[in-house]
Design a protein around this ligand. Sequence first.
Ligand code: SF4
Length: 342
Amino acid sequence: MLNASTRTAALYDRVRRVIPSIEWPAFADDIEAILDLKRQRNAVILAHNYQTPEIFHCVADIVGDSLALARKAMTAEADVIVLAGVHFMAETAKLLNPQKTVLIPDLRAGCSLADSITAEDIRLLRQRYPGVPIVTYVNTSAEVKAESDICCTSGNAKAVVESLGVPRVIMLPDEYLAQNIAAQTDVQIIAWKGHCEVHERFTPTDIRQLRENHPGVTVLAHPECPPEVVAEADFSGSTAAMSDYVGRQKPARVVLMTECSMSDNVAVEHPEVEFIRPCNLCPHMKRITLANIRAALEQNRHVVTIDPQIAGRARLAVERMLGLADATPLDRFAPASPKVHQ
Ligand code: SF4
């Protein structure tokens, strides 16, 4: 009789570069059960780029950054969506799929950016800056989205800001993303004080040390990093843009200044590239495990619900962004002139 590890050997082949063989037996049973439950429940699993490789490569149906997940969630042919990511992503999936059951495997999977601002804060900002449009990063609650004019992601923020045709916008809640976009556009940006607890920890000194210790390394930084980190990087873009960059440019050696698991997931696709891995973990993303994905499907927990009054307005802000994303190529930004680091 074959055991679960043997039956899932083909899946293990995909991730053997990033998961030691000794760990696989601990995953194999849950993976088999999840694949079976997905068939039984007509379910799909959406996984963010920061999920661990056994989730991202072995049970997920749709993977990507926040924007890709939001867009693809709309076309998911399923009764049930399991969001392997954080709570605001599950809410966005629910906003776009009001008829479907959306499950988040752990309700504690939050986000320091989403927690940094409330709907009341936005109402006060409107009083202080009358008539100035509010562009809200998708890393926010449905209540905050409902008070906003349009959403954005790190992949399309510049295009969204410029699409409004106004000299000044409020962009929240990520101060560093707002500052990084402000450096790329003539639109004046009023920022909020939210930060991502993962990306705010990277420093220019980290980059200089990486370049010293790993000569020739190409440095890619997420735009949630502080501006002085982005300024030292060779390229800055969303997780999707970073992944594309590695696929197109095939640098011999690369470091991704972002959450740990991203490097593992991209490395699976690019065995020829050497990944240097400074590790900043997102504790919220890591709340999601194979075990709680399995439990979510077995027990139909935790069902995401949004007050219909809030959902209608929040959906509008997300749909305005998606309408724009369909019409405009996603923006990626790099330093204006290519930098050469010796
Ligand atoms: S990585 Fe940062 S922005 Fe993403 S979920 Fe974690 S805390 Fe939020």
